[in-house]
Design a protein around this ligand. Structure first.
Ligand code: HSE
Length: 437
């Protein structure tokens, strides 16, 4: 069979990795795909820089040379960002080409429009590499778990922030130093606030939620809170109480809608996912039939991400000639079967909480705090008052609550902060047991 022709947009970390893996494993990949997957052209920013890796692969600095090339069957978009990536992908689809992309930002923001265009044109848009790098979580969720009603999923889906949290805990390293290291290792986004403020994780969570629940991409409704406000004291106190703090993306089917949230989260240290360290990713998915399942692996880096890109290339190659109506739907559910289940506002989310506050060490303070919590219908699970430091009048008080509704916690925090005996702000970190029930 004649080779399938691929055009690459971008030959950076992931593009370079993709070319390397395709070349190194060419024979096995051909045996799997049923025909050769041949890269015939790549668009790059700087031809001189790309030349040593590209070798005799024709290069261009105009990405439209790739998307408009009639000889190309599949366009692989690895340039990232919204524009011109969106325009290039839409044009590739309009030209009847399949698309493989690692661009989580693009899929989370414009996926609905992109998939509709692909559906109308009868082409595939594959995006395994957009979530959790080399972990085949899209495939698992869309196909492997297709028998299940997905109840919830929770993932460590940003390697940079997990790396920072791990180094802070293990080595007491400073935030900025670890971030710099992550940038040098090529994990961090071009704009690292995407990593630190939970935006990159929210892009990925949006994609996972669409496939898990059969809903459109709704990035703008995801709650996003990053790790920049976390202190080493919180990391330490959490450990003393038997928890680890991770930046989790959580999508949960609740009674009145879907919770979609990214935030630092206390997790019991005995859970496997609590022990996912460094830049590694993991996604825990709870299906009603299968129970909890855990997917673990490298969430970033040249070859791990290339592993997902090439898997998509093989998939698309195999299905290239299949009837478009009999392919696996982009978002796991048939396009006319997407649900309009609302995404819940954060006020309606139900979870447990870690609260840390600084109070004067005098009679009645704890009584005031516990009364406020009781009045807000919040039940306390554990409470610790630390010894005052040498010559200090104030002490740290740490409270863990049972599951409650977020708006009650917000109201209680406002009242606690208004107490004369309490200094400054209450630190609030959500807590998830991630139990199998
Ligand atoms: N910046 C991302 C991360 C890269 O740190 O996980 C992979 O999407």
């Amino acid at each position: 069979m004649k080779p399938i022709h691929v055009g690459l947009l971008g030959l950076g970390t992931v593009g370079g990795g993709t070319l390397t893996v395709l070349r190194r494993n060419a024979e096995e990949i051909t045996r799997r795909a049923g025909r050769e997957i041949r890269v015939v052209r790549a668009a790059v920013r700087n031809i001189d820089k790309a030349k040593p890796l590209a070798g005799d692969l024709p290069l261009t600095t105009n990405p439209f040379d790739v998307v408009d090339d009639p000889a190309i069957d599949i366009v692989v978009e690895l340039i990232g960002g919204l524009e011109p990536a969106r325009e290039l992908v839409m044009q590739a689809i309009a030209n009847g080409k399949h698309v493989v992309t690692a661009n989580k930002h693009l899929v989370a923001k414009h996926g609905n429009e992109i998939f509709a265009a692909a559906q109308a044109k009868g082409v595939m848009v594959a995006f395994e590499a957009a979530v959790a790098g080399g972990i085949p979580i899209i495939k698992a969720l869309r196909e492997g778990l297709t028998a299940n009603r997905i109840e919830w999923l929770a993932g460590i889906i940003n390697g940079t922030s997990n790396f920072i949290l791990t180094e802070m805990r293990d080595k007491g390293a400073a935030f900025e130093d670890v971030l710099k290291q992550a940038q040098e290792l090529g994990y961090a986004e071009a704009d690292p606030t995407f990593d630190i403020e939970g935006i990159d994780a929210a892009h990925k969570l949006t994609i996972l939620s669409a496939i898990a629940f059969g809903i459109p991409m709704q990035f703008d409704r995801a709650y996003t809170e990053g790790i920049s406000r976390l202190t080493r004291a919180d990391v330490k106190y959490a450990e003393e109480l038997g928890y680890r703090i991770k930046l989790l993306g959580i999508a949960r089917r609740a009674e009145n809608g879907i919770e979609l949230r990214v935030h630092p989260t206390l997790i019991p240290e005995r859970r496997l996912i609590a022990n996912v360290d460094g830049a590694m990713n993991a996604v825990l998915v709870k299906g009603d039939a299968v129970g909890p399942t855990l997917y673990y692996g490298a969430g970033a880096g040249a070859e791990p991400t290339a592993s997902a890109v090439v898997a998509d290339l093989v998939d698309v190659t195999r299905l290239h000639t299949a009837d478009p109506h009999h392919r696996v739907p982009h978002l796991a559910f048939q396009p006319d079967q997407l649900a309009d289940t609302p995404i819940l506002p954060m006020d309606e989310v139900r979870t447990a909480y870690y609260l840390r506050l600084r109070a004067f060490d005098r009679p009645g303070v704890l009584a005031d705090i516990t009364r406020i919590l009781a009045d807000s219908d919040i039940s306390i699970d554990a409470m610790v008052q630390k010894e005052p430091g040498e010559g200090e009048e104030q002490v740290d008080i740490i409270l863990l609550t049972h599951v409650t509704v977020e708006k009650n916690v917000n109201a209680a925090i406002a009242k606690i902060e208004a107490l004369d005996s309490v200094a400054g702000k209450v630190m609030r970190i959500r807590l998830e047991e991630l139990a199998s029930k």
